[in-house]
Design a protein around this ligand. Sequence first.
Ligand code: NAP
Length: 362
Amino acid sequence: MAQIPRRRVAVVGATGVAGQQFLVSLARHPWFEVTALAASARSAGRTYREAISEASGQQRWTCEEPLPSEFAERPVVDAEQLDLSGVDLVFSAVESAAARALEERYAPEVPVVSTSSAFRYEDDVPIMVPGVNLEHAVLVKRQQRERGWKGFVVPIPNCTATGLVVALAPLVRHFGVRSVIMTSMQALSGAGRSPGVHSMDILDNVIPFIPKEEEKVQTETAKILGRLDGDRIAPLDLPVSAHCNRVNVRDGHTECVSAGLGCLAEPEEVVEVLRTFGREFADLGLPSAPPELISVSDDPYRPQPRIDRRLHDGMTTVVGRVRPDPVLPNGIKFVLLSHNTKLGAAKGACLLAEYLVHQGLA
Ligand SMILES: NC(=O)c1ccc[n+]([C@@H]2O[C@H](COP(=O)([O-])OP(=O)(O)OC[C@H]3O[C@@H](n4cnc5c(N)ncnc54)[C@H](OP(=O)(O)O)[C@@H]3O)[C@@H](O)[C@H]2O)c1
């Protein structure tokens, strides 16, 4: 690969669950150098270490990896005051209402790769998953042309939609998919730090509702798997019935998926199609890319979040229990596991940014 000039990047929402994962993903990154850390006015003016510390002294660092030392004493700035003159690209990791205003301020100047839903449903905004719908990147040009922006906003999906589209994309391509029923068991880290989930609510429990989650999964899945028509996306005509549950797991969303295929396929054929998916993308050799997008386990007791979520640093979707579904026409069912804060948030956003840089778009 040709030498890529280093990009100066800002992490906005750097103190949150996704923001912290960005720091882990970007420490010693070969292409990206973090030049600014931003969060709310509550954190502004403090060092990063102070900003993630409670008055009691407890550090609210949520990653399994230690806080990279180069960031601990860096100042945190108010995201509303972020100076874009020293920034080539922004990673945005704040909740959607705040993200809307902030990304609208940054994108006229610089590319914004976002974990938030603020812009996901706009007609000229692709929701991108590396290796799945890279052709949708052409919408960036339309966004710039129609909005008069030098930059753009490209969001990644909701972290539950991420694993689902990675597994469905090869099935759509090879067999067609007519309908999907998905039941999720979603990790606590997906709820973020504020407000997060109270331990007394989740211990010994399952919470059968996550606000707006099912609608997001349904809408985003159809858009991501949609066909590019010129510089528009025609969403896939795919009914998705999602049941989203919060469970007592720290990281890693598990999803039980039943899919009605466009034609009859044996489980072995489905496994083969899943296993070989995304090889060309992996061959690009982008710094955050895993060697395989999907790993299929033959062990009927897998995938399990505690055992499988760290495969290839949380960037590989692990599938297991591929078998016929007798209820749906041409039905097939399986279980998948996707790391919500790695592939589903920060490292997935870094990989997407690497692709956009590689394509000369950012
Ligand atoms: N957690 C996941 O697994 C995951 C996965 C995919 C996508 N996402 C998305 O990523 C975004 C962040 O989620 P999270 O889980 O990291 O949330 P979080 O832990 O609650 O962190 C929120 C971050 O946003 C900052 N913030 C809040 N209000 C702000 C404002 N008005 N201006 C500037 N910054 C503000 C906070 O700064 P302070 O510390 O100063 O309050 C903090 O850095 C959300 O849109 C979420 O949907 C999360």
